[in-house]
Design a protein around this ligand. Structure first.
Ligand code: COA
Length: 362
């Protein structure tokens, strides 16, 4: 029996393929390198949703419809922003999404896509006592998310960087949150229920919760002044080095390089440039420490390491990194939910009973 379901094929999909030995990610016939930095997030969302909604419009119309959905989500949920902001920012976002209609129409799907991009800035602002900034339905999705956070039009470079991030994480095979999404979708429970399952799975530090701890790690290593020593100590105490290792990749996660290049473009000689140079030193030290400590397994840099730097540079606090991950992954989850509903059966594996047997009555 596979503890952790390694190598178990649990679905057929046309959506994405992770080549763990070649270090390649394919999204609906396009390599990640072809999409990241070239396609905008709504365009990639359309690519993923194609064939799963009869009324799916073209690229430009879909981008506009997502803009209108941002406005609608804001209008519906604004009255409860203060209540949601009493929770941590991820739980607040999840609770807000839970209030969206559990239907299966394109309009339901677009509200779900819009929701993390609206709720994350609104709840972060509410937490610091600032008034929420309303969405601009005509703006670019990533640029609007940043504007709703800072309250001003951010630099096009930052908006482009965030857009590239959202595209880079939009889908990734049958990862834990996508699997959870498909399991719930397989019961025909509705899109919002399926997305809530994905959101629950994404939160954990072994999955989408890793980039926040990466920032804490970088800060702690900087304070210690001894990267290799700090990292070795973690391993000795049985801790995992956040931002490294992957179930499928045995080589470097291709998303790490895409995001690192984006951070480098933002970098220059300012704070982001210095942070990147330091992170690169830590990365090399971590790879060496892991090589020595776990010689039986190839543990390489994963997407979360440079996610942390990119989202930090874009102005998000570490507590909201998983929210931004969800803002990107949500298009993939919706496409998987629809694919499961239309082509799959109820997912219902078996367990092997290893508990005590009842006494036999004579
Ligand atoms: N730091 C230290 N050791 C690690 C490690 C890491 N980041 N990733 C894997 N390992 C080690 C485990 O300790 C284990 O060692 P052991 O055999 O001596 O007990 C071995 O590698 C296998 O670990 P396992 O948990 O079975 O592998 P997995 O395929 O399930 O791991 C992750 C995948 C992502 C859960 C794991 O690499 C991890 O915890 N990484 C850190 C969190 C992270 O960055 N998550 C984001 C993923 S995109």
């Amino acid at each position: 029996m596979a503890n952790g379901l390694d190598d178990v094929v649990a679905a057929e999909t046309v959506l994405s393929d992770v080549d763990g030995l070649g270090g390649r990610l394919t999204i609906r016939g396009h390599s990640l390198l072809e999409l990241a930095g070239r396609w905008r997030y709504p365009q990639v969302a359309r690519l993923l949703l194609d064939g799963f909604f009869d009324d799916l419009p073209g690229d430009a119309e879909l981008a506009e419809a997502i803009g209108r959905a941002r406005v609608e989500v804001f209008r519906r949920l604004q009255p409860i922003f203060p209540t949601l902001a009493a929770l941590d920012v991820y739980s607040g976002m999840r609770a807000g999404i839970a209030l969206l209609q559990d239907g299966g129409t394109l309009a339901d799907a677009l509200r779900l896509i819009a929701a993390p991009a609206v709720l994350t800035p609104a709840l972060l602002r509410a937490k610091r006592g600032d008034k929420a900034v309303a969405p601009d339905k005509g703006a670019d999705h990533a640029a609007d998310m940043l504007r709703m956070l800072s309250g001003k039009a951010d630099s096009p470079d930052l908006a482009r960087a965030l857009d590239t991030y959202l595209v880079t994480v939009c889908d990734h095979g049958l990862n834990a949150s996508t699997f959870a999404t498909r399991v719930v979708a397989s019961t025909q429970a509705g899109l919002t229920s399926a997305i809530l399952a994905g959101l629950g799975a994404l939160k954990g530090p072994l999955h989408g919760g890793a980039p926040g701890p990466v920032v804490e790690m970088l800060d702690a290593i900087e304070a210690s002044g001894d990267a290799a020593g700090w990292l070795r100590d973690e391993i000795v105490h049985g801790e995992r080095i956040m931002g490294f290792g992957h179930r499928i990749y045995r080589v470097r996660d291709p998303r790490a390089d895409v995001l690192k290049a984006v951070v480098r473009q933002l970098g220059g000689k300012g704070g982001t440039g210095r942070r990147l140079a330091f992170a690169e030193e830590v990365e090399q030290a971590a790879l060496e420490v892991l090589r020595v400590a776990k010689p039986q397994r190839s543990i390489q840099t994963n997407v979360e390491f440079y996610t942390a730097l990119l989202l930090e540079a874009a102005g998000f606090p570490a507590e909201a990194f998983s929210n931004v991950f969800a803002a990107g992954r949500i298009a993939g989850w919706i496409a998987h939910a629809r694919e499961q509903q239309t082509t799959g059966r109820l997912i219902r594996p078996q367990s092997r009973y290893v508990g005590p047997v009842p006494d036999l009555v004579a």
